[in-house]
Design a protein around this ligand. Structure first.
Ligand code: R5P
Length: 274
């Protein structure tokens, strides 16, 4: 692997543990001003000190993230459909590789919609992006499903989608945790991270998801709503961080969450500057 590609990947997946806490804040690209992400800067800033990687579009990056931060950027470069459309799978590449390089990002991300009417289009999009990535030493992440595709969240479907992405040459895959997740990991020769999906009922459910995914071979999480839609987002990301980088158990994560939830200095910590 080229030095530049390796260097970018190391910014995102930390060599010390081989894991990564990715903070997903790219939902606006098809959902608009999602609950608790209406003002991206307000949501992102307090959480950034605890994220290895921030997932955003170039619009949010340029308007709402201070360039002084050294957090790795995972740039969403696919889009073209909104939640108003019946079929979300009709996506194209929306950002050039030149602009991604100009933004000094660590990785670019694109959704593939396997098993939908736009399967071929999104897989070809991915292949083109991988070609451009090879040219510019830019890692590419495939995102295996979003939105209405979530109903297909089983190991048979996800192992197919992840394997297709790996075969097309991506460096990382983002998928969803599911029963028999080990099957998805075993069939995918590149690192996998898991999304959180819509907000779960309890913090314990979120920690279980992260803990199980890591135990079964994911290298990290790319999590959004279950962090920033929580009433205590900083406590959430700190607990997730302990699971990802320190192999904390679900009980330990809950303890970290509860301690930080109660901690009145949490408000001060949110003032940390780049
Ligand atoms: C979906 O639009 C994006 O790819 C999100 O980054 C992804 O779904 C992860 O966010 P969440 O944990 O909220 O599902």
């Amino acid at each position: 692997m080229d030095w530049g590609m390796q260097n970018r990947l190391s910014r995102m997946i930390k060599p010390a543990t081989g894991h990564s806490v990715m903070l997903a804040c790219d939902h606006g690209y098809f959902m608009g001003p999602t609950n608790k992400l209406e003002n991206p800067r307000k949501t992102i800033e307090p959480l950034l000190p605890y994220a290895d990687t921030l997932a955003v579009t170039r619009g949010v990056l340029r308007t709402s993230v201070d360039p002084k931060w050294s957090t790795a950027i995972l740039l969403r470069v696919s889009g073209g459909s909104s939640i108003l459309m019946e079929d979300l799978s009709n996506e194209e590449i929306t950002t050039s590789m030149r602009d991604a390089v100009r933004l000094n990002v660590a990785c670019v991300a694109l959704s593939i919609f396997v098993g939908t009417s736009h399967e071929k289009q999104t897989l070809v999009n991915l292949s083109k992006l991988v070609d451009q990535g090879q040219e510019f030493a830019m890692p590419v992440m495939a995102i295996t499903a979003v939105g209405k595709e979530l109903e297909k969240r089983d190991s048979r479907y996800l192992s197919l989608a992840c394997r297709l992405a790996a075969e097309l040459g991506v460096q990382v895959v983002k998928t969803y945790y599911c029963e028999d997740f080990a099957r998805v990991v075993n069939g995918c020769p590149v690192p996998l991270v898991v999304a959180g999906g819509p907000k779960l009922n309890t913090e314990e459910d979120v920690f279980n998801l992260a803990h199980n995914a890591l135990n079964e071979g994911a290298v990290g999480v790319d999590m959004g709503r279950n962090i920033w839609q929580n009433e205590n987002p900083v406590a959430m990301i700190k607990a997730i961080r302990a699971i990802v980088h320190e192999s904390a158990s679900v009980r330990e994560a809950l303890q970290i969450f509860n301690e930080n939830k109660k901690n009145p200095s949490q408000r001060l910590e949110t003032q940390i500057q780049p």
